[in-house]
Design a protein around this ligand. Structure first.
Ligand code: QAP
Ligand code: CO
Length: 182
């Protein structure tokens, strides 16, 4: 097991489109184990492979965390979900959910998503499944699948809000770490 470095905005590798997983086996199992370890250590409730510079359609999610407004989330127990080659086949309703992202640290904004989704996916052995999700799990699935198409939650905000957050992050990068600045 290994912790993987997480790419952060504006790293252009986050904008790449991921390829479907074709080979199921020990290599895929290792990537998934490392992604779960990295997500739990962060801590996060979801992680997509491109965030750790693996451009394949792999997502790990665990929304089992304490019901509170803690940011970042505090975990109650481990209940991992691994989705390979996942595809949303049905969306229903609307939900406004305050999202964050390990690739956009420290930023939390409300995003419009579907309330319920139906997802077709493969497990780590290639077996096919259909999952019906709602609420936070549905939001997490939509957020993580966006990563596989090179899209971040800050791309889904209003044009003005999106531009202001992106500018702010780039500005902070130019200035460097405020802790180390003279
Ligand atoms: C995506 O997000 C998500 O800024 C996963 O400093 C968001 O795990 C799914 C995190 C909302 C469902 C609902 C963010 C950790 C974790 C930060 C995350 C941070 C530390 C975000
Ligand atoms: Co994210």
């Amino acid at each position: 097991m290994a912790l993987l470095p997480i790419l952060t905005y504006p790293d252009p590798r986050l904008a790449r489109k991921s390829e479907p997983v074709k080979k199921f086996g020990s290599e895929l199992e290792k990537i998934c184990a490392d992604m779960l370890e990295t997500m739990y250590e962060a801590p996060g409730i979801g992680l997509a492979a491109p965030q750790v510079n693996v451009h394949q359609r792999i997502v790990v999610i665990d929304v089992d965390y304490e019901e509170s407004d803690d940011e970042p989330p505090v975990r109650s127990n481990e209940n991992p979900l691994i989705l390979i080659n996942a595809k949303i086949t049905k969306k229903e309703g609307d939900i406004l959910f305050k999202e964050g992202c390990l690739s956009v640290p420290g930023e939390y904004e409300e995003v419009n998503r579907a309330e319920r989704v139906v997802v077709e996916y493969q497990d780590i052995h290639g077996g096919k499944h259909v999952l019906e999700a709602e609420g936070m799990l549905a939001v997490a699935i939509q957020h993580e699948l966006d990563h596989l198409d090179g899209r971040l939650f800050i791309d889904r905000l209003s044009f003005v809000k999106s531009r202001s957050i992106k500018r702010k992050i780039k500005k902070e990068l130019e200035l460097g770490d405020p802790e180390e600045r003279e």
